[in-house]
Design a protein around this ligand. Structure first.
Ligand code: HEC
Length: 91
């Protein structure tokens, strides 16, 4: 049983990078890679797809995540806010 679990975890770890771009809820666009890399540090980056915000709203949410401890440069946060504003505008 322990062996099975260990190999399952091994497979998951191996599959991780290959699946890094398997976030179907995130549309293609400039900044997507940065968004996935930074926003997946704590939770699935796809939870962003639940929100529909204007540009200041996304900037505020990204700032909130920076306060939560998200690790990125100001330029990267800016790229992410723009990607999210373009991808998930207000409904
Ligand atoms: C350092 C950890 C961390 C990182 C990195 C992070 N988040 Fe979060 N995120 C959280 C925590 C903790 C919560 C839940 C508490 C909260 O809402 O602040 C959360 C919640 C959220 C929510 C739900 C908020 C709501 O009100 O329902 C969204 C959307 C979100 N994050 C988007 C993002 C985006 C976009 C990024 C990339 C810029 C990101 N997160 C990066 C920690 C993080």
């Amino acid at each position: 049983m322990k062996l099975v679990l260990a190999s399952a975890l091994g497979l998951f770890a191996f599959a991780g990078p290959a699946l890094a771009d398997d976030f179907k809820l995130l549309p293609d666009g400039p900044g997507r890679d940065t968004t996935v890399r930074v926003c997946a540090q704590c939770h699935s980056p796809e939870i962003a797809a639940q929100q529909s915000l204007d540009a200041p709203g996304w900037k505020a949410l990204v700032d909130q995540m920076a306060n939560n401890g998200a690790n990125a440069t100001d330029a990267e946060f800016d790229t992410i806010a723009k990607y999210l504003a373009a991808s998930f505008p207000p409904k």
